[in-house]
Design a protein around this ligand. Structure first.
Ligand SMILES: Cc1cc2nc3c(=O)[nH]c(=O)nc-3n(C[C@H](O)[C@H](O)[C@H](O)COP(=O)(O)OP(=O)(O)OC[C@H]3O[C@@H](n4cnc5c(N)ncnc54)[C@H](O)[C@@H]3O)c2cc1C
Length: 474
């Protein structure tokens, strides 16, 4: 499905040398070389790429990462960093063979500082486990990708992950105060700070956040925490169709209301969730799941309730009465991606963002391009941020060209509406061909210059982010 970029493949002798050196430096228990064992590390949740790596390093310490990146430089064999493998754009997918450097076993929470409101963690800590741990201390780590049961902090930092709560609290970047990063060649770079303020020199930490494993490998992250909100309220608003739901989002946002999440599901998605056993009123052709927290909650819930029930197309508005009802509503939201996946043999999920007020227009454009190309689609996502996941669904591989045309049309429509190509999943392999739709040649060249500063031989996660001659020209 995704055209592979043109990348330089390592020679057989370089690979053999790298394997021998890795086993010698790390011990055979931390280095997988059997093709069957390595094959499970070839791609991520996107299914992109998929070349079996020649070796997989199961790093347990910063020193393991350091030695691996020393061997990478010495042998010229490329390396792909990997965390939970839940990425949606092929960031951890292998395209040139070589080494996968898995940091999942580096999963210690090294420190929780309640006074200075921060945590120091290794990259393999599962995001949901960090939530649970800090919440026991009445603290809160807001970034909440819906994959939080399996994605890890290293992958979240590399993708600058978001999630439903980003509407109020922002994305991962806002919570990364500092990083320990190992560079190709094996040098260790500490960036950032432990203070809330700090403007010393260039913000290299911010550059690393969202770098998709192409600049260095994180071995520690200093994360900002906030006090845990005392109370939370969840509201479910059902609409006759997605346009009514989209208009309601625009009304909420222009009314100056900032709940912590506004999630939207269109008609096909609602039906997929229903078919998976979640009872949803038959009249609903779209829904919003809204959650608010913080002080003056009762007043805020009243305001939200009156706005979401005031427009056309409202079917019903209900507020969760207790924690178990809340959990049931969110369970439906979390399984939605898998429910939609069951609707067709093939699914591609796009992750575009438009200014919030343009959501109704974007939905109209999606409908029009779906009709033009005759491609089935389902849309859901973090509507409060204008960040929607448009999923294209098809059963016959022969339909692929029209799906690709629909995706390109969606990318162009997004930019025309003043939006951006990715809100949280990154560019990776899947979106690299479309980067020139949004960014100028000059801006892409500046980023490639930056990449060369950290990785002059292009050994770290080659083939990602930037379009290459192997990609379709846009
Ligand atoms: C069901 C589902 C729901 C999702 N919902 C959301 C959502 O709500 N919000 C959201 O933002 N995303 C979401 N995602 C996408 C995905 O979970 C995120 O992109 C996540 O941040 C990836 O984390 P990971 O640990 O799985 O990383 P991986 O997929 O393993 O890797 C992601 C990138 O990070 C790099 N990387 C990994 N470890 C390191 C390291 N130690 N140092 C440097 N680079 C590294 C890799 O090379 C790759 O480029 C969802 C995915 C699924 C399957």
């Amino acid at each position: 499905m995704f055209p592979l970029p043109e990348v330089v493949k390592p020679s057989a002798s370089a690979i053999d040398k790298a394997k021998i050196e890795l086993e010698r430096a790390l011990g055979p228990s931390k280095v997988l070389t059997l093709p069957e064992a390595c094959a499970t590390y070839s791609t991520d949740d996107s299914g992109a790429g998929g070349v079996t790596p020649d070796a997989v390093v199961l790093a347990e310490t910063t020193e393991d990462v350091r030695k691996t990146l020393e061997i990478v430089e010495k042998t010229g064999v490329p390396v792909v960093p990997r965390a939970g493998g839940t990425g949606r754009t092929g960031g951890a997918a292998v395209v040139a063979g070589g080494i996968v450097l898995a940091t999942s076993a580096m999963k210690r929470v090294l420190e929780i500082d309640r006074t200075n409101l921060l945590a120091v963690v290794e990259p393999g800590v599962v995001t949901g486990e960090l939530h649970a741990l800090v919440e026991k201390e009445a603290l809160f780590y807001p970034p909440d990708p819906n994959s939080l049961d399996s994605c890890q902090i290293g992958g979240n930092v590399a993708e600058n992950a978001g999630g439903p709560r980003a509407f109020k609290y922002g994305v991962t970047r806002e919570y990364v105060l500092g990083l320990e990063t190992v560079l190709v060649g094996g040098s260790i770079l500490s960036t950032g700070r432990r203070t809330t303020k700090g403007v010393t020199g260039y913000d290299v930490t911010a550059l690393f956040v969202g770098s998709e494993g192409t600049l260095g490998v994180f071995t520690k992250a200093i994360l900002k925490l906030v006090p845990k909100p005392q109370a939370i309220a969840t509201i479910l608003a059902l609409y006759s169709d997605v346009n009514a739901a989209g208009a309601s989002v625009a009304r909420l946002v222009s009314g100056g209301i900032v709940p912590r999440c506004i999630e939207m599901l269109d008609g096909i998605t609602v039906q997929a969730v229903r078919s998976s056993g979640v009872p949803i009123d038959d009249r609903a052709g779209a829904l919003l799941l809204i959650e608010a927290d913080g002080p003056a909650l009762e007043r805020e819930v009243e305001r939200i309730g009156s706005i979401v029930s005031s427009g056309p197309g409202v079917v019903d508005v209900v507020a969760a009465q207790d924690a178990s009802q809340r959990a049931r509503l969110w369970a439906a939201r979390k399984m939605m991606s898998h429910a939609v996946r069951k609707l067709a043999k093939f699914k591609l999920s796009e992750d575009i963002v438009v200014p919030r007020t343009k959501i109704p227009e974007l939905l109209a454009r999606v409908e029009a391009l779906g009709q033009k190309e005759n491609v089935k689609h389902a849309t859901y996502g973090h509507a409060g941020d204008g960040n929607l996941h448009v999923n294209f669904l098809w059963d016959d591989p022969a339909e692929e060209p029209k799906v690709l045309r629909a995706i390109e049309a969606l990318m162009r429509a997004t930019i025309e509406l003043g939006g951006t190509l990715s809100g949280e999943h990154g560019i990776g392999l899947a979106k690299a061909p479309y980067l020139p739709i949004e960014q100028s040649e000059k801006l892409i060249a500046v980023q490639q210059d930056l990449k060369r500063v950290f990785d002059p031989k292009n050994l770290l996660n080659p083939g990602k982010i930037f379009p290459s001659p192997g990609h379709r020209a846009c």
